[in-house]
Design a protein around this ligand. Structure first.
Ligand SMILES: [Zn+2]
Length: 414
């Protein structure tokens, strides 16, 4: 609680700092040219710390440089160094002062040149304050992440990934987009000329982009079909819906793994490469590298998880009274996956291998509907629940807002 309060206060102080002019930088006055000395003007805050009548020295951790070595250079006593090492226990591992990372020292402009604070920045998102004044403590703080709405509108000219890179958008947008439309679009079959618009939230710290939080809205034109994905939260759970409020999520994933290619489709008659005779293949074979994680396509209960002479290591999952799925030839079954265990959609249940009767590493995926084996690639998958009537008006309002924004985005050709 106290930590949370101090974090909030720091956020407020940081905001105040950000609204002021930046600290005036002067040429270094010490012999070390790698240290930058800043004369802080009055009422200045740095990392939420008042730095009035102080000077701020910035540096970067050198190879094998320890906190005590740095502090000793600035005249901090051994007793104080020992105290801060004690205070850092279980809060920040002092061995993690990585080479090249930035630090700041706040030094009083008094006769003793007392060092009051040492501030270390381990990454873009956080900073650690080592207080060396009257109260000695160590605290890790998170910097404020700002969300900025961004958008792209482009025509696919090569792969989706290359197109995103070419227009200078963050590559992570590709996987975010695939997550939103995975049940509508087969992203392995993307066409040149497909059109794409995305509105998304970029995360940034102190003006530097650090990532993408979420997609807000998507327009995707694949062949002549247009797909929309609208972000909306129901009961505080964010999900994506089409323009009519239908969930974009199906009860089952399209594929149980990230595969290289489909090496054999479901068929009533195929020539078996090992048994050298024609027999039905009542599954879909996905070629993938050994060890590729295999996910349950839907939530359900494990009914079988064992080794069989032909199936190798395999898992069978019952999703409900209508649907079951089975995953064969695993290198190994994931630990904890055994009959009676509940699994979630997307949960890893095993890893691709070639155990049992298999020519090479692949997953043979089988799908049952009403106790009859069916083609997983052709079966009409049931959708998840649509927006309920209670939220529908609110959703339609939000949808119109996002769709209007999407409409106004004009396409740029990279
Ligand atoms: Zn198979």
């Amino acid at each position: 609680m106290q930590l949370k309060m101090s974090y909030l206060i720091t956020l407020i102080l940081l905001n105040l700092l950000n609204s002021c002019d930046s600290v005036i930088k002067q040429t270094p006055k010490t012999k070390d040219l790698d240290l930058l000395i800043n004369q802080a003007p009055k009422s200045k805050l740095l990392f939420g710390i008042p730095v009035d009548s102080s000077r701020v020295i910035e540096g970067k951790i050198k190879r094998n440089q320890t906190l005590s070595a740095i502090l000793q250079r600035f005249g901090v006593s051994d007793a104080k160094i020992h105290a801060i090492a004690q205070a850092s226990k279980n809060i920040f591992d002092l061995r993690k002062l990585d080479v090249g990372k930035k630090y700041s020292i706040v030094q009083k402009m008094n006769a003793n040149k007392t060092v009051n604070y040492f501030i270390f920045e381990p990454d873009l998102e956080s900073f650690v304050i080592f207080s060396l004044g009257d109260s000695v403590y160590t605290r890790v703080h998170q910097k404020k992440i700002e969300l900025i709405e961004k958008s792209i509108a482009t025509t696919i000219h090569s792969s989706l990934y290359e197109t995103i890179i070419d227009i200078g958008a963050p590559p992570v947008l590709v996987s975010k987009l695939v997550d939103v439309l995975a049940w509508q679009v087969d992203f392995f079959r993307i066409q040149e000329g497909d059109k794409l618009k995305i509105i998304y939230e970029e995360e940034s710290i102190e003006g530097k982009p650090i990532g993408v939080k979420q997609i807000i809205g998507v327009y995707f034109k694949h062949f002549d079909k247009i797909f929309y994905g609208i972000r909306y939260s129901v009961d505080q759970i964010e999900d994506y819906f089409d323009e009519d409020g239908n969930s974009l999520r199906k009860t089952f994933l399209r594929a149980p793994l990230n595969y290289r290619r489909i090496s054999s489709r479901y068929s009533g008659r195929r020539y078996h490469p090992i048994q050298k005779r024609y027999k039905p293949h009542l599954g879909t074979d996905y070629a993938a590298s050994v060890g590729t994680p295999i996910h349950s396509v839907g939530e359900g209960i494990v009914v079988e998880a064992k080794y069989g002479r032909y199936n190798g290591n395999y898992v069978k999952i019952k999703h409900n009274s209508t649907y079951s799925t089975q995953y064969l030839h695993m290198q190994k079954i994931k630990r904890g996956i055994r009959p009676g265990v509940k699994v979630e959609q997307g949960q890893t249940i095993g890893f691709v291998g070639s155990t049992g009767l298999a020519t090479g590493p692949h997953l043979c995926f089988r799908f049952w509907k009403n106790n009859k084996q069916v083609d997983a690639l052709k079966v009409d998958l049931p959708p998840s629940d649509p927006i309920n009537s209670k939220s529908l008006n609110d959703f339609l309002h939000e949808k119109n807002r996002i769709m209007k924004k999407l409409e106004y985005l004009s396409f740029k050709t990279p």
